[in-house]
Design a protein around this ligand. Sequence first.
Ligand SMILES: Cc1cc2nc3c(=O)[nH]c(=O)nc-3n(C[C@H](O)[C@H](O)[C@H](O)COP(=O)(O)O)c2cc1C
Length: 189
Amino acid sequence: MNAVIEAIRKRRSVRSYESKTIPRDIINMIIEAGNEAPSAMNSQPWRFVVVEDKKIKEKLLGAALPNAKKILEIVKDADPGRYQMIEKLYRELKDPVYYSAPAVIFVIGSGRYADHSCPLACENMMLAAHSLGLGSCWVGFGAMVTEDAEVRGLLELVEDERIFGPILIGYPKGYPERPPKRDPQVKWL
Ligand SMILES: Cc1cc2nc3c(=O)[nH]c(=O)nc-3n(C[C@H](O)[C@H](O)[C@H](O)COP(=O)(O)O)c2cc1C
């Protein structure tokens, strides 16, 4: 099968990683793939922060977890099945936000084109990671760190910047099954 189509079909959100460090040149290759993404007016409205440091990852978790738990409570009544599934993860995992991934890549965007363009960089990175034998996951809960002054300082976040992802990268501990996906809804004219 065509290699790109195969990568698109086989990429999965990975939530369990080996602790093995990823060589920096591999991480750079993934970031370069993100940087090649199309962007409105070729604005490339992104920058990347790679977090590998254990202590900083602990700080991130400390900042994100209370917010993630708040969101979980909101889901409780609206979607009890999903609540139970996620609540179980929260009980069982030491790090249910970043899944103890060896590298967390924050895609930080600014300006009018960021909302459309930065997610394309994220997807390029996830596909590149997959093609290099790595797992990845976009963790929206992991972006809920912006109220923490220390984390803002570490990420050097300025006023109009927003976090996309972050994207977790690591060697997967097993590969998850494809979740159910509905068929594309297409209208031909
Ligand atoms: C914007 C966005 C936010 C996401 N946030 C999370 C998250 O916080 N935690 C998580 O485990 N997965 C998160 N995911 C991954 C989705 O749950 C996953 O893409 C979806 O279940 C489909 O599975 P697949 O990626 O293996 O096809 C997020 C994905 C996207 C695109």
